[in-house]
Ligand binder design. Sequence first.
Ligand code: ADP
Ligand code: MG
Length: 256
Amino acid sequence: MATIFCIANQKGGVGKTTTTVNLAAGLAKVGQRVLLVDLDPQGNATMGSGIDKRTVELNVYDVLLESATIAEAVIKADKCGYDVLSANRELAGAEVELVQLEHRDQRLKNALAVVDADYDFVLIDCPPSLSMLTLNGLCSAHGVIVPMQCEYFALEGLTDLVNTIKQVHANLNKDLKIIGLLRVMFDPRITLQMQVSDQLKAHFGDKVFNTVIPRNVRLAEAPSYGLPGVVFDPSAKGSQAYVEFARELVQRAPTL
Ligand code: ADP
Ligand code: MG
């Protein structure tokens, strides 16, 4: 059975996609079978896995509209070691089209059920909004991983996400919970970041992952080579941190 995680935070630029591709590569590196689902019409996770979003024939849009199965639409990201259900701008239209359809929030869940035995982990890269696409992700998942920067407004921004997760848990998916908060782009030399990090731990306790992802330029450079940092430069500090995070998750997964 696959363990399914959404990587979500309604803020943009907080490290969702970087976390999704590097965690996927990290999990693959420690021997896990991984499917990455790109649910963001920007298609950054797709491109960052070395797949040209403009040339793929079938993507997550076709799966959500039930004109293709995941088995038909999935692409092997050979260099990265995981499979990808890709996305591109077409997906923005799904938002409107889904509204008129039955089981509109359960489409991804139903599609994933068919490939459940093929993967150990499914990672869903969510768009920066609490939209119908994100809702499809949340309805499919066992839990949510929230990447966040330790900045002044970090805690404030979490409230909306936590409330949405509570509502989905109560009404649509009783499995759903917050697996944890992942501190990313972290710089311990910045006093404010240390303070916010302490606040996070005081507030959320062991929901804050032990692993911390440092700010590391190699992680930012890797997408332009169509690779996750973990594959592009395995010795970089940021890459090592993501592999460490993969190990932490594998350890935690049986107790979730
Ligand atoms: P999101 O998917 O939440 O919009 P991204 O993962 O695209 O966020 O990250 C936003 C920007 O920050 C990107 O340019 C990315 O390369 C950069 N970035 C993400 N994590 C790190 C990190 N740990 N160190 C340095 N740059 C990072
Ligand atoms: Mg993104």
